[in-house]
Design a binder for this molecule. Structure first.
Ligand code: SF4
Length: 302
């Protein structure tokens, strides 16, 4: 196992896993001084010819999403990362790429943990990261709970440069198959759209068997139709199967994508093919493999 750290830093790289060519991404597991672990991925952004970083907000996660390797690890949640640990990890990776490219093109809080659940430390770290020139931009991916989104909309709230919100279902029951404590999409979408008026927001929808049936095409199109032109894109993401997950990749991805592209006028619909299937890039997947965490015999029910 690789174990490196710059003198004086409070986090260490426990293990690194380079992707297969032609992807130049490198996935790292970090360990804190009290032995909590978290992931950070050096992502090669081909169109920019530079690295970004996918960063964790927490050591583990409490959300229990059924498409996520963190949920099925032996220690799904340990604790929040503090701002100093987040900044130290970003600095560590930035150090590795500085000679090649200067600052990271962005840091995206899309790794292990839910950024909104550790918002004070994420915002403190984000301000430091940009203020010290470690990255040009900060992005945040979130399940976007109602209370947190309301806080973003308060005057003078700090906002990242870009956000991605996880939808994954056209109604509450369907969303909760993947995100157990998800809000009703019909009540959070107006709030999400208000954020999208302030910053670019991507809506992410992971494609599984349970949410890509013919009736789901119409339900999702009806839900999203009033928000044409408000969000940056609707990103339909292939499911990257993780050990222990009860979910299955959709058997009708192509039809679902074609239907949404046809029926959602005023929306840009994109398909994100999961590179993670070959490279264990899914949230929490590398942490689980590096620590050799077994799949629990009992898994969260659908
Ligand atoms: S997908 Fe994100 S929010 Fe959901 S359990 Fe995994 S780390 Fe947590």
């Amino acid at each position: 196992m690789e174990e490196t750290s710059a003198p004086g830093t409070m986090v260490k790289i426990l293990s690194s896993l380079p992707s297969k060519a032609p992807d130049r991404s490198i996935k790292h597991v970090f360990r804190t001084s009290d032995r909590a672990t978290f992931e950070a991925v050096q992502l090669w952004e081909g169109e920019h010819g530079a690295y970004s970083m996918c960063m964790s907000a927490q050591a583990g996660c409490r959300q229990g999403c059924t498409h996520c390797a963190t949920t099925f690890a032996r220690t799904p949640f340990v604790r929040n990362l503090n701002a100093e640990e987040i900044t130290a990890a970003v600095e560590h990776l930035q150090e590795r790429v500085r000679a090649q490219q200067g600052p990271l093109v962005w840091v995206d809080f899309a790794g292990v943990g839910e950024a909104s659940a550790n918002w004070a430390h994420v915002t403190t770290a984000a301000r430091t990261i940009v203020g010290r020139g470690l990255a040009q931009q900060v992005k945040v991916t979130s399940i976007a709970p109602r209370a947190w989104v309301r806080s973003l909309l308060k005057p003078n709230s700090w906002l990242p440069d870009r956000l991605m919100f996880s939808l994954h279902g056209a109604n509450t029951a369907q969303r909760r198959v993947i995100i157990p404590r998800a809000d009703d999409p019909s009540t959070v979408l107006p709030l999400w759209a208000a954020v999208a008026d302030l910053r670019p927001v991507v809506l992410n929808y992971v494609l599984c068997d349970h949410n890509t049936r013919p009736e789901d095409e119409a339900a999702l199109a009806e839900l999203l139709a009033p928000y044409a032109g408000r969000f940056l894109i609707l990103r339909l993401s292939s499911f990257n199967p993780v050990q222990g997950s009860p979910l299955h990749p959709s058997s009708r991805e192509e039809q679902f994508i074609a239907a949404l592209s046809r029926d959602l006028s005023g929306w840009t619909v994109s398909h994100h093919l999961s590179a993670g299937r070959e490279t264990t890039a899914a949230c929490g997947q590398l942490r689980a493999e590096t620590l050799d965490l077994p799949t629990p015999t009992k898994r969260p029910g659908l």
